[in-house]
Design a protein around this ligand. Structure first.
Ligand SMILES: [Fe+2]
Length: 252
């Protein structure tokens, strides 16, 4: 690129962004990077989900007594692994570009098969579930997330009560969610089966911050029919740091 064309390109770039930009010339090639774009890129990476299973950050037994080791092992190595495999099978069968993000596919899930819906959702939901749990859980959130919860629901207790109700009253199999909606406000809801709030076919929409699996495979070995006890125990293992990071990213 000659100097005149570079200057024209640079001027066009600066005219097209209202935010501070950084222009670099490296080896004759102009590399332009807007600071605002970097921040959004960071936010997207916080919220991005791998197409394959991410290794668990803790041992299968680490969440005991709230979730027992055998449930965790079967849940991760059988149920969740199955969703990941079947998602990748569906990607091949439906000739989906491998560079396409899972979030984008879920946002357009009405254009795909039931297999993609069930397994794309199943994989996304479980990847999130493992991330929002930790054996080193804080009792409750702090900072901006705590303020937003208080502002949206009145108190942490009221938020927890509404989330528990969503989890306990989801008929059959499904998930309870805390999301940031398109209006940037927090909302609580639930979805059936392996649907989730990213899906265009979902009645309840938003960017998931926290998800709780209320399929019987998530609790039946330890809690049998006592879903309410499993839901109550969940508060002992929520990774509020991860939820807060997702909140910050989804709020941009
Ligand atoms: Fe599950």
């Amino acid at each position: 690129m000659d100097k005149m064309n570079f200057n024209l390109s640079r001027r066009a770039f600066l005219a097209n962004t209202s935010k501070t930009g950084l222009a670099l010339s490296l080896g004759g090639t102009a590399i332009l990077s807007a600071c605002s774009g970097d921040v959004k890129g960071d936010a997207q990476s916080v919220l991005a989900t791998s197409m394959t299973q991410t290794p668990l950050a803790f041992d299968f037994s680490a969440l005991e007594p709230h979730i027992d080791a055998m449930t965790m092992e079967i849940h991760f190595t059988k149920h969740a692994a199955g969703y990941a495999k079947n998602l990748n099978d569906a990607m091949g069968e439906e000739q989906v570009d491998s560079s396409r993000s899972l979030e984008d596919i879920l946002g357009n899930i009405s254009k795909f098969s039931t297999k993609m819906r069930n397994n794309g959702g199943g994989h996304y939901n479980h990847e999130l579930f493992w991330k929002v749990m930790t054996p080193d859980a804080a009792e409750r959130p702090d900072g901006d997330l705590a303020e937003a919860i208080n502002s949206s629901f009145g108190s942490f207790e009221e938020f927890a009560s509404q989330f528990e109700t969503a989890a306990k009253t989801r008929f059959g199999s499904g998930w309870a969610w805390l999301v940031v909606g398109a209006d940037k406000k927090l909302a609580i809801g639930s979805t059936p089966n392996q649907d989730n709030p990213l899906m265009d076919i979902s009645d309840f929409k938003g960017t998931p911050l926290l998800g709780l699996d209320v399929w019987e495979h998530a609790y039946y070995l330890n809690y049998q029919n006592r879903r309410a006890d499993y839901v109550s125990a969940f508060w002992n293992i929520v990774n509020w740091k991860t939820v807060a990071e997702r909140f910050a990213a989804a709020s941009m």
